[in-house]
Design a protein around this ligand. Structure first.
Ligand code: ATP
Length: 238
């Protein structure tokens, strides 16, 4: 049997209180295989980001259960969630780079929050991942001197540099041209093969679908379609 990195069972989610209370997710059930690349699709407001942030320990689970890397998130205290978050990598559209830090320094920050290793090793790891993302010539550039797509790739490098077990990405390729977008998603796939890194990605980008192991479509807070992607090699157990 394929090992699951994420298991979601009977998940509901609500926003607001009293009369303003609104249900955003309805009875979500999902099992994500370790090392796989899963794409979440669906119209605006269908609940993709809500589901992604719940799975990423960024919101409290109220009803139903989420198991992440063998840890149950229901009723998990903040300390448990913080420890779990260190094993995850996040990539969001608003890349939140520090304006006063170079590309390399921004990526090194992704390691320092984990409090591991020394400065030289951090810099070498940052340089390596930036080079993989095609930014080897931009290590010492400040964000102001990088294009939108380059900034997005620095944010991707910062999320990947700590070797997360799971990557949660919200529209990671939106600011990228076709070649960089496909190269980035291919990198997620390669990490799935080499390190069994699991990726869950929200996207509206049809170019990505051929690379996905699985495509899950949400509508009005419910999963309405769950199908295998074109290439499935990553999802195989080792
Ligand atoms: N903080 C919040 N407070 C109240 N309602 C919210 C909040 N966040 C999301 N919602 C509502 O929950 C539903 C799902 O939103 P969500 O952002 O998860 O959708 P989405 O599929 O990611 O949309 P998009 O593609 O536009 O990002 C929407 O009806 C939205 O208005």
């Amino acid at each position: 049997m394929t090992e699951a990195a994420i298991t979601v069972r009977g998940l509901d989610h609500f926003f607001g209180e009293g009369d303003a209370r609104k249900q955003a997710l309805f009875d979500i059930n999902l099992e994500v295989a370790r090392g796989s690349l899963t794409v979440l699709m669906g119209p605006s407001g269908s609940g993709k980001t809500t589901l992604l942030t719940l799975m990423g320990c960024l919101r409290e689970v109220h009803a139903g259960s989420i198991r992440l890397l063998d840890q149950d998130l229901f009723d998990a205290d903040e300390t448990t969630r913080i420890v779990m978050r260190r094993r995850l990598g996040f990539i969001f559209q608003a890349h939140n780079l520090h304006d006063s830090l170079t590309a390399r320094q921004n990526v090194v920050m992704g390691l320092q929050v984990h409090g591991r290793g020394d400065g030289k090793r951090h810099a070498a790891a940052a340089d390596h991942i930036l080079a993989l993302l095609g930014l080897g010539e931009r290590l010492d550039y400040l964000p102001a001197n990088l294009s939108g797509g380059q900034k997005q790739r620095v944010a991707i490098a910062r999320a990947l540099v700590s070797n997360p077990d799971i990557i949660f990405a919200d529209e990671p390729t939106a600011a990228l041209d076709k070649v960089s977008g496909l190269a980035t998603v291919q990198l997620f796939k390669d990490l799935g093969q080499a390190r069994r890194t699991t990726t869950v990605m929200v996207t509206h980008d049809p170019r990505i679908l051929d690379l996905a192991d699985r495509v899950v479509t949400l509508q009005d807070g419910r999963i309405v379609e769950d199908r295998a992607g074109v290439m499935r090699d990553n999802a195989q157990p080792r």
